[in-house]
Write a protein that binds this ligand. Sequence first.
Ligand code: MN
Length: 422
Amino acid sequence: MRIGLLTTLLVLAGGGLVAQARASGAPPIGAWRVVPELPGMGRPVDTAAVAARRDNDFRQNSTFFYFTELETQDAWIVLTARGPDSVETTLFLPPRNPARERWTGLRLGPDSTAARLSGIPIVLPTDSLEGRLRLVQSRVPGPVYVPLDDATREERRVVDLVFAGRDVRNLRPVADSLRMVKDADELARLRTAIDISVAGHVAAMQGARPGMYEYEIEAVLEAGFRRNGADRVGYPSIVGSGPNSTTLHYDVNRRQTRDGDLVVVDAGAEWGQYTADVTRTFPVNGRFTGRQKAIYDLVLATQRAAFDSVRPGVTLRDLDRIARTYMREHSGTLCGDRTCDTYFIHALGHHLGMDVHDVNVPGRQRLEPGMVFTIEPGIYLPQESLGVRIEDDVLVTAAGAEWLSGKAPRTTDEIERLMRRR
Ligand SMILES: [Mn+2]
């Protein structure tokens, strides 16, 4: 789902460098405004252009998917509400193009097939969208809700132009609030994504050997995802060994592991548009040292303390505080002069769904049955090249919580036992 005019304007605004003849005193043709902090030539990254290149693997917009479950491209949906019980839904699809489908494969077109498969009775070609919008606007008073990313101010301006004179409001807070509580279909998708992810993590633990490169472990992990039907990874897999285990979002995955290293694997498969987010930490040689086990067990007990406090009505902030307090009170001398929570340098968790850091609207902070979120405490000691993070996905139930990713070995005993069997 996108706004055609908006896309066009953004493309124009992102235009390239303008060639200039070099007058005396003018900068040379090849001049760049050098960024000293950037390794290499220090040339600035055209972030918009490279982001567009990374988008080749089409993934449906999550808001659009939520209301349609359609993965078809260049589609639009218009909902017209005349009252709480009277909503007319119209789907707009580009006309089919048999010659193009030789290259791109089968597409859904504006016909009865689309109506049958989508369950949306009115399906029209996209070139009728403008006329239809005008018609609806003239007949139905009231505000127009459009999904707006509030981070981009231009988007708001363009929408105001398109819907000039109308009361344009942002659909996102409404849609995002709905997305926070998962229905049965969403939970089934999440469970599948999580089960696939568990299989990948188990494969990574079983396949790891000292001397392997991090990317080799990544390959085993992601092969486990794909073999089990993952659509893609939910986010770039993090495989950080030794010193890299202490870098939170390390995803370069190029180091060669060494005997004695811990490996932090933070990775989730995506299935049916929903993603898992699971982290396991294991010794590459299959045996924790006493020191590694002591740190690991504190992280694990902290995670348990947070899990045991989950129930409807508490907030993620409450759980974060409970986890930190637990870690502080049980640190002993494990982390030297300071308590270990000093080295727990990120938030305890986040909501999970179609986005790995899923939507979270300010007005809905108290947990409710059907919400899914992560519990992921960690301790990172760079001076010892020792990082431990344990992350599980949790469903809020009426009585408390359910581990969704609990089938991945979590205790040091379970991990060592699994790695002995390889
Ligand atoms: Mn996470």
